[in-house]
Design a protein around this ligand. Structure first.
Ligand code: ADP
Length: 492
């Protein structure tokens, strides 16, 4: 099959592209019929529209989830596992279509989109299995006539707000444990990338998920929808992935009804290359960690610290690798890097590079908009970065690798930890003792030692400091969707 010659959105299963929202088992429009457009960031072409919903429709979705909760929470773990596993199977069955849809709305290379569908599916498989292990406990009692039981119960209706950088995986990562635990869901995907979320709902319906268990609302007024999701007392938990600023606002909004929260927010990942590192492995890791998804991931290496003894050698090797990256429309041929998501993202990258250059950085590769136009930006490598630059203190969220120089382990640890966020951190060394020391000293929730790729459903993903709270994936992942209930049985 020659994918390159086909029109971008010719799907084998066209029904996967839904332009309506999903509430209470019905595919619906906004109350006032309003809609907003979804565009392809690689071409600017309009892909279609979505309902432009506000608080009223969101409240009805919450009602639907609330009404569905009692029956869903009483299903057996085995019944829920079967449905979630079926959804996993359907994702993989439709992997190619789902990937094309994602590349069209998000811009990432098609190979990365396919990888993301498999990654999203892996969370469904994992939590389908974990559903059966939602064990409680019995505790030796404090009195001879009493027995103590601990039950784990689903928290209730869970609201989810997800970002555009991983439109399928960020939702699957929340939906999978929620459904497995017996929670019902109202999700709001990012306005830029709603179709991947709606496609998940199409497949959930086909998998046989009961009406109201999964609801998806769409719209451009994130404040209105978010206000309802965080203020409505029927919602018992909010799970959010996005920027730290919005996360703080949502956390405040949740305080009024004391909702449980999971927050997966921004990072400012250090990527440290020690003088004893395997430089070729470090270059591979840096390319994977920095340029994947055009640098638009919350675990992207943001600050690359390189020991002075290997600085020039590493810079040369990385520049050579960066020069090989193929930039283009992910649906028009093999690529390594797509466009940035929108004009605002492009402006931020330009601002960071201009600021760095004004403060003494040297451009070793890229450094400007790509000849393809639109929101394409050249894969960029900057040398002589320093702590005064914007890119040292904020996520660039773009394909820009700034190289900082350091001379000792203590110095680089202080620099790496000198940030209010703490999601991921990476370092390369062949010294075993240093591997332990640095892994333990880095102030972040995820550490990659001699690897730039750390994401997997089997490990706990999440940050410390202002990068958020809660963990997604792994044997700990169900905890965020369950409450412990202590039952004391007396008179025995
Ligand atoms: P980014 O800047 O990367 O788009 P955001 O944190 O702004 O990250 O967006 C992540 C998600 O949060 C998106 O679904 C977006 O629509 C939503 N969002 C943004 N602002 C608000 C808000 N005030 N209330 C609720 N949701 C919001």
């Amino acid at each position: 099959m020659n994918g390159a010659s086909r029109p971008p959105l010719q799907l084998s299963d066209p029904a996967l592209l839904s332009t309506r929202a999903f509430v209470g088992g019905e595919w619906i429009d906004a109350d006032d019929g309003g809609s907003c457009e979804v565009t392809n960031p690689a071409t600017g072409a309009v892909l279609g529209t979505i309902p432009d919903m506000v608080a009223a429709e969101t409240a009805r979705a919450i009602d639907a989830a609330h009404a569905a909760f009692p029956a869903w929470s009483r299903t057996t773990a085995g019944e829920r596992a079967t449905l979630v596993k079926r959804l996993h199977d359907l994702l993989l069955e439709h992997q190619d279509d789902l990937a094309r849809l994602m590349t069209a709305e998000q811009g990432k290379p098609l190979a990365e989109a396919k990888g993301e569908i498999a990654y999203a599916a892996s969370y469904l498989e994992w939590f389908a299995e974990e559903a059966r292990r939602m064990y409680g406990d019995t505790i030796p009692g404090h009195a001879a006539d009493k027995r103590i039981m601990v039950l784990r119960q689903p928290v209730g209706v869970v609201a989810m707000i997800t970002p555009w950088n991983f439109p399928s995986a960020m939702l699957a990562r929340k939906i999978a444990p929620a459904l497995a635990a017996g929670c019902t869901v109202v999700a709001k995907p990012a306005t830029q990338t709603p179709y991947s979320a709606l496609a998940l709902a199409v497949l959930a319906e086909r998998a046989g998920l009961p009406a109201g268990v999964l609801n998806i609302v769409t719209g451009r007024d994130a404040r209105a929808i978010g206000g309802e999701l965080t203020g409505n007392p029927k919602v018992r938990k909010l799970s959010f992935t996005g920027s730290t600023g919005v996360g703080k606002t949502l956390m405040e909004q949740c305080a009024g009804t004391m909702k449980r929260i999971s927050m997966e927010l921004g990072g400012n990942a250090p990527f440290i290359v020690f003088d004893d590192a395997d430089l070729d492995a470090a270059v591979d890791g840096a390319i994977a960690s920095k340029y994947r998804n055009t640098g638009q991931t919350c675990v992207c290496a943001n600050r690359l610290f390189v020991h002075e003894a290997v600085y020039d050698a590493f810079a040369d090797k990385l520049a050579a690798a960066v020069a090989k990256l193929r930039v283009g429309d992910g649906l028009a041929g093999a690529t390594d890097q797509g466009p940035l998501i929108d004009a605002k993202a492009l402006e931020k990258v330009e601002e960071h590079v201009a600021d760095a250059v004004a403060k003494g950085a040297r451009v070793a590769a890229g450094g400007k908009r790509h000849a393809l136009g639109g929101t394409f930006y050249e894969p960029t490598l900057l040398l002589d970065a320093n702590a005064d630059m914007l890119l040292a203190n904020e996520e660039t969220f773009g394909p820009v690798a700034p190289l900082f120089r350091f001379s000792s382990e203590d110095e680089v640890l202080a620099l790496a930890n000198d940030t209010e966020v703490g999601l991921a951190g990476y370092f390369y060394t062949r010294d075993l003792a240093r591997a332990f020391r640095v892994a333990e000293a880095l102030e972040c929730g995820i550490v990659g030692v001699n690897t730039g790729l750390v994401s997997t459903a089997v490990a706990p993903f999440g940050g410390i400091k202002e990068s958020g709270t809660g963990r997604e994936g792994s044997k700990y992942g169900l905890d965020d969707y369950t409450e412990l209930k202590y039952v004391c049985i007396g008179g025995i």
